[in-house]
Write a protein that binds this ligand. Sequence first.
Ligand code: SAM
Length: 350
Amino acid sequence: MAGNQNLHAAARAKKDEFYTQMEDIANELKHYKEHFRGKTVLCNCDDPYESNFFKYFALNFNALGLRKLIATCFDGSPVQGNELLFDFGDGTDEKKIAYKVEITEVSDLNGDGRVDLADVRYLLKNDRNALSTLKQHGDFRSAECIELLKEADIVCTNPPFSLFREYVAQLIAFDKKFLIIGNQNAITYKEIFPLIKENRLWLGFKAGDMAFRVPENYEARETRYWQDETGQKWRSMGNICWFTNLDHKKRHEELVLYKSYTPEEYPKYDNYDAINVDKTADIPYDYDGVMGVPITFLDKYSPEQFEIIGATESEGKGFSNGLWIKSSSIAQPLINGNRLYKRLFIRRKQ
Ligand SMILES: C[S@@+](CC[C@H](N)C(=O)[O-])C[C@H]1O[C@@H](n2cnc3c(N)ncnc32)[C@H](O)[C@@H]1O
């Protein structure tokens, strides 16, 4: 039990407990419906009692035409709302047990004439076949969770921020389709950016602000923190986005460009062979060379319209792709010696 408690404490210390709202999940998922018919979905950082990802797929199981839904729960996760406590019958506290839920059918179980959250609750409480314990802590990297990953067609969750690089690497290694929440800072991670450049990973629909429920033991903050009328603590972040390799409509919408190039308005960097564009909307329609744009450009990126050449980033100079023209210890782009924010380097497709 002491080992379990340490694990528990470690998971909390990493501040990975950010619970996604149903509304954010539904608003994003509505753009991908065609991908889900006949598919097995895995939510592998999701306590079924807590996670709105699990609830969303259980509630929409029939509407999406899913073949199977699997959710696995990490035993480091605290349980927040205790309304759905599950008694394993052996005196153990279910908060500390890793388990999985596998569902192949969702029907009107409680016989009230509709399929709703009450049926999902009923299913979790009453269908012992659907729920079983995991021996390896429910860690998404454990052998038993990897077996479930192999079985899945699409993985959909908000994974722990602190393990994001490893999480994506595993999805890629097992060649899985995915739709996951992450931080926009990950765009220039050395493990993530090459995937973006090769069009093996892109952004989903929504990018920007998102609010998350956080556990009771998370401390108050000056900004982007509040408690609602029920006492539930919340945190929000301004740079959240969805990462996916499921195709969607927005990705093929071209940006309307209206500005023409002048050397005065679009100066070249001191240290990169590219012009600087401060706002995505100001990308000139008539410049054929390489342009440095803010990383938020990715939200408007269509692979038919632009090619991604490289990126400046905080983890070395690995993505400059021959654009780096002066040896310098500064990996940020400079203009007249002044630093600019991170940039992606792009070129218009002819
Ligand atoms: C950002 S939270 C999101 C929770 C849930 N997916 C949601 O969207 O509401 C990430 C969750 O992953 C869990 N977690 C942390 N490390 C994990 C691991 N190695 N394997 C599986 N889950 C992990 C955390 O305990 C936390 O509950």
